[in-house]
Design a protein around this ligand. Structure first.
Ligand SMILES: C[S@@+](CC[C@H](N)C(=O)[O-])C[C@H]1O[C@@H](n2cnc3c(N)ncnc32)[C@H](O)[C@@H]1O
Length: 332
């Protein structure tokens, strides 16, 4: 069991959060990215779980037509009403010229690199580049031989990346919404557009603040919301993803945009329960931050976590994380 973290009484929650260095927590420098989750092995493990959930829920690693894995035509996952309806439509409507044989693929905010490694194996003729503001604490590829066509490059999407215009024929960004301050979404989408070759594809999958939660999870959302607000992160912004893509000077067409609801908790079957576990792990990884910032008393932490866990296990709540998915092609 981890030791209680002493709270420094001199530390006030307000104002300090944006730059707070938390002892024992490998934080991404706030000057580089406001992303609040720590760069620790436990968090990389959680990202693996989250990757499997998203891959199962989205039924593949990509919705760009020819990149969509064979899972799309396979057996439907058994999560009741949750997995299929809108995404089937998304795939069916993605009738534009597909990326038939991708050569250069970029994944922005690649985390531990699982998505990249899987896509590199699926497309051995392509080079897959994963970019992240930090080298992961526990790189997925450390555990096994890395595919020779996968490279990791450290880079900050908020500062622009060091690749030439039009380098990639497919650019993917998934779940970087906690690392993009509210005024930066348009520049980020513009930078992604710059990197895509004419005729190439963009795919973004970003999350919004969970809704329809029980009171315990709502309380945590309040704490987390204070951290995000201090870092100028507004989780309503991903709702506007498609308009940022439309307004990009790099001119996209075939823009397809869908909101889907990723269930959290027992009401969402297997996917919902897995997502609930993912959320609990993520909350645990924020423990040091929340305690040291004085957002919650140490003796309140474990009861809160237990109450959240119970809510997720109860059918009384219908918590979901809305996701906004945008797929678009850069004009030729
Ligand atoms: C929730 S993880 C998502 C990982 C991966 N995309 C996935 O879906 O499995 C978010 C990642 O974005 C990275 N990130 C945050 N801010 C960033 C920035 N400004 N530039 C590049 N990466 C960033 C974080 O370091 C973290 O690895």
């Amino acid at each position: 069991m981890s030791q209680p973290i002493p709270v420094d009484p001199a530390m006030s929650p307000a104002g300090l959060l944006a730059t707070l260095p938390v002892a024992g927590r490998a934080e991404i420098a706030p000057a580089e990215s406001p992303y609040p989750l720590p760069n620790i092995p436990e968090e990389d493990d959680r990202l693996s779980l989250q990757h499997f959930i998203l891959r199962a829920f989205l039924r593949g690693n990509s919705l760009v037509p020819s990149l969509h894995s064979s899972a799309a035509s396979g057996t439907r996952a058994s999560t009741g009403t949750w997995t299929n309806h809108i995404l089937d439509k998304t795939i069916a409507q993605a009738t534009a010229m597909p990326v038939t044989s991708p050569r250069r693929i970029l994944d922005v905010g690649c985390g531990n690199g699982r998505w990249c490694v899987e896509v590199a194996r699926r497309f051995p003729q392509a080079v897959v580049t994963g970019v992240d503001v930090v080298a992961p604490a526990k790189h997925y590829a450390d555990a096994q031989p890395m595919p020779p066509n996968y490279v990791f490059v450290q880079g900050n999407i908020l500062r622009g990346l060091s690749f030439a215009d039009g380098t990639f024929d497919y650019v993917h960004m998934r779940f970087v919404h906690l690392g993009i301050p509210s005024g930066q979404w348009q520049p980020v989408i513009n930078e992604l557009g710059r990197l895509i070759a004419p005729g190439g594809w963009l795919e973004c999958v970003e999350g919004l603040l969970p809704v329809e939660t029980g009171p315990a999870f709502a309380r945590y959302n309040g704490l987390f919301g204070a951290i995000l607000a201090a870092r100028q992160i507004d989780l309503a912004q991903p709702r506007k993803l498609d308009s940022y893509v439309r307004q990009s000077p790099y001119r996209f067409h075939q823009i397809q945009s869908r909101m889907v609801e990723l269930p959290i908790g027992a009401h969402g079957g297997f996917i919902g329960l897995s997502m609930a576990w993912n959320m609990v792990l993520g909350i645990q990884n924020m423990r040091a931050f929340c305690l040291q910032a004085g957002l919650i008393a140490v003796e309140e932490w474990e009861p809160l976590l237990r109450a959240i866990d119970e809510e997720f296990g109860s059918m009384a709540y219908q918590a979901v994380m809305p996701l906004h998915i945008v797929v678009a092609q850069r004009q030729g």
